[in-house]
Design a protein around this ligand. Structure first.
Ligand code: GLA
Length: 733
């Protein structure tokens, strides 16, 4: 049993294999307070951490000092405007104009399993015995009930949280803020880690001291975004890959968010996460409910590396539903960087033919096959095949590609509309826009108003018809601009604040329908590269395009930040042509493959145009993919060294769950003259067994590799790389 309630002390005990979380009900009023989150502790009385013994602060005994109580009390979910001046979690505007919320305990349930969250992606129990605590809180004054849900995933050391607000009164209530989770604790000179970025530079790791006041990352772009990521960790100053206390908090959502840590006057911190409140409003009529998306919480006593492995296991076991999760994905070749918009059936078939001869398994036709789209200025919304380019039609092309032995995949950007499209000429009001204002174009396109059912139905029909018209095995679902001009003709003026969230719900509904109707379809999400790489999208697609930057060296830090929280099996990574189209760098063809092997693996180049020498290396690379992908996809990830930190080399490894093999990737970004070979210490192996290094047949003890280290080959030149594959010595003869 992972959840217990102690009636005497009124303490809820939530335990995973290695962590404990304690919640207490304080005082006669029933304030729900946070007692402890960290390394596993025994069941015991520990309500002193609620600090209600600090005499005068107890509200029931000293109501005139309520404020000093509220502003210090470690809460589970902060109300608003009643004395706690730290960040609130919920705010309302009720009929009398009041915004205050004061939540207290009403009752609770401990249930087995994990309830779904209607319309939203959320983790599931799968084969594990998950329990969920539902704390029923109420504010009688406002007339709302607030349920706090905690699900305990013992094996992965994860606790998920979400919130349901119900209008239990007789009048309308407008929610103006509903966060999903709050964690209060004493500061231990924690540092905060976030992932920052830009187009072609997604998820760069950033670490900073937590200062007094608020520090946050957020998105108001209608998607999780290139710029900030719906994730944060806080950790002790000494925390590195292997040591230190690390708390991770990750949002299962693909729209506007805030992730914030506030340090108070009393040296406590409050970490909150949820839908950003700016512009957000949601009307709840009597009896209606609002569900806030899920937050994933994890704690590691063994540094960032263990936090990473907790999250990897959690997403693989409890978030990704696709039947491709545990299978090798076909090695694909995508024509985007090969041809951009300039392609036709003949060109694609020539690429497919050569690809088939070199072991590639799927052709993906990217942007430009529909309407009259020969650049990015037209035709989004007109999802019918341009037969001037795709001569003979889509089915003919797909059949021909299939005859060559390749599967076929297709790119779509269903959420968008070009002003130059038949769809826009017919339905100009289908784009998000504010009346009397010229809507903002971005990449020459507008965003469809997915809050409207008839538009979602149209979009879905288009996607459905294309996929059903030929043997399509894969869809790359793209989203190439962020939201502006948040206005919909569908809702009354006072409900426009619901639009950003309704948009995200619309995307989820579409992808839910798609994955239900086409369970065999391999779906890859994408947004101008990796702007919608988040746990919410993983619920629908087992892989997400990581970045439009395919340069192997740039990818090292992009993939490092992504791997920090996402399993390698989810990371879209391809070998592209050089000089690289984004940064102009030329790297060895093999290095590009070694870096892409840490993801889904594929090619993004014109195979008919690269050098014979490079083309000849493709079969060898495909063999490497087939040899190592089971391990990369399912194994435990260890970050050994970071080029981002040391400026010279990168090193990471994946170890099989049963420790029987390990793959080390080493990238020597800069060659250095007259130095000893670099020595690195490996991780995650069994200490008391011997491993054999394939290639050389040398035998190394696991203890030696982890404590003394091993020498990396000193290669001549920049951007060189090598894989080292270790296997348990007794598995080979
Ligand atoms: C986005 C994607 C690219 C490509 C283009 C097509 O930028 O990230 O991979 O599909 O759109 O327009």
């Amino acid at each position: 049993m992972s959840i217990k309630y102690n009636e005497d002390s009124r303490i809820f005990e939530l335990d995973t294999d290695n962590t404990s979380y304690r919640i207490g009900i304080a005082d006669k009023e029933g304030f729900v307070g946070h007692i402890y989150y960290g390394q596993r502790i025994r069941s015991q009385k520990c309500d002193q951490f609620l600090r209600t013994w600090e005499g005068p602060f107890v509200p029931s005994e000293n109501n005139r000092e309520r404020c000093s109580f509220m502003d210090t009390f470690p809460v589970e979910y902060a109300g608003n405007g009643v004395g706690d001046y730290r960040e609130s979690c919920i705010a309302v505007k009720n009929v009398n104009g009041s915004r205050t919320v004061d939540l207290t305990y009403k009752s609770h349930d401990i249930i087995s399993g994990k309830p779904e969250i209607k319309g939203l992606p959320a983790s599931f129990a799968g084969d594990e015995p998950v329990q969920t605590l539902v704390l029923h809180l109420t504010d009688k004054g406002v007339g709302i009930d607030v349920d706090l849900l905690y699900s305990v995933f013992e094996k992965e050391d994860v606790i998920t949280r979400s919130v349901k607000v119900t209008n239990a009164g007789k009048t309308d209530v407008k929610l103006t803020k509903v966060y999903s989770a709050c964690v209060d604790m004493d500061d231990e000179e924690f540092e905060m880690l976030t992932l920052h970025g830009s187009w072609a530079r997604e998820r760069q790791i950033e670490r900073r001291k937590i200062a007094y006041g608020k520090q946050s990352v957020s998105s108001l772009r209608g998607e999780s975004s290139h710029q900030d990521h719906p994730f944060m960790a806080w950790m002790t100053k000494n925390a590195d890959q292997n040591t230190g206390d690390v708390y991770g908090m990750h949002f299962v959502y693909s729209g506007n968010f805030i992730a914030q840590i506030e340090k108070s006057q009393f040296d406590s911190i409050r970490a909150v996460m949820g839908i950003h409140s700016e512009g957000f409003e949601w009307l709840l009529t009597p009896g209606e409910e609002f569900d806030a998306p899920e937050v994933v919480l994890t704690y590691s006593h063994e540094g960032l590396g263990q936090m990473t492995r907790n999250l990897h296991d959690f997403y693989r076991n409890h978030m990704i539903r696709s039947r491709y999760l545990h299978t090798k994905r076909p090695v694909l070749i995508n024509n985007w960087e090969a041809t951009y918009f300039d392609f036709d059936t003949d060109k694609l078939l020539a690429i497919a033919k050569s690809a088939a001869e070199h072991g590639i398994e799927m052709l993906v036709m990217d942007d430009g096959w529909f309407g009259h789209r020969n650049d990015d200025a037209t035709s989004l919304g007109d999802w019918f095949v341009n037969e001037n380019k795709i001569k003979g039609g889509l089915k003919y092309l797909v059949d021909e590609v299939n005859k060559l032995g390749l599967k076929f995949g297709i790119w779509m950007e269903p959420e968008m509309i070009s002003p130059d499209s038949e769809l826009y000429r017919k339905h100009p009001d289908w784009a998000l826009a504010v009346p009397e204002r010229t809507a903002t174009l971005s990449r020459n396109q507008y965003v469809l108003d997915l809050s409207r059912k008839e538009i979602r139905d149209y979009v879905y029909e288009c996607v459905y018809n294309i996929i059903s018209s030929a043997n399509i095995a894969y869809v790359k679902w793209d989203m190439n601009r962020q939201l502006t001009d948040i206005g919909s003709t569908c809702f009354a003026g006072d409900r426009q604040g619901e639009l950003m969230h309704r948009y995200v719900l619309g995307v989820y509904e579409l992808q839910e329908r798609l994955t239900k109707d086409f369970p065999d379809l391999l779906l890859e999400n994408c947004s101008g590269g990796g702007a919608r790489f988040d746990p919410g999208m993983l619920y629908y697609s087992p892989q997400i395009w990581c970045s439009d930057d395919t340069d192997a060296i740039e990818r090292l830090s992009i993939q490092e930040g992504t791997e920090l929280i996402y399993p390698l099996s989810t990371i879209g990574a391809h070998v592209s042509d050089c000089p690289n189209h984004t940064v102009g760098r030329t790297t060895p063809f093999m290095t590009r493959a070694h870096v892409a092997l840490a993801g889904t693996f594929g090619y993004e180049l014109d195979i008919t145009k690269i050098s014979d020498e490079e083309r000849a290396m493709i079969p060898e690379q495909v063999v490497l993919y087939h040899k190592y992908n089971d391990l990369v996809r399912e194994g435990d990830y260890y970050r050994i060294a970071s080029y981002r930190e040391n400026g010279e080399y990168d090193c990471y490894m994946v170890v099989a769950k049963d420790k029987s093999e390990a793959l080390v990737t080493y990238v020597q970004v800069k060659g250095r003259p007259n130095v000893h070979s670099r020595k690195v210490k490996l991780s995650g192996l069994l200490a008391d067994v011997d491993y054999r290094l394939e290639d050389t047949n040398e035998i190394y003890g696991g203890d030696l590799l982890m404590n003394a280290g091993m020498f990396m080959e000193n290669m001549r030149g920049d951007y060189m790389s090598r894989l080292y594959h270790f296997v348990l010595d007794n598995t080979l003869t």
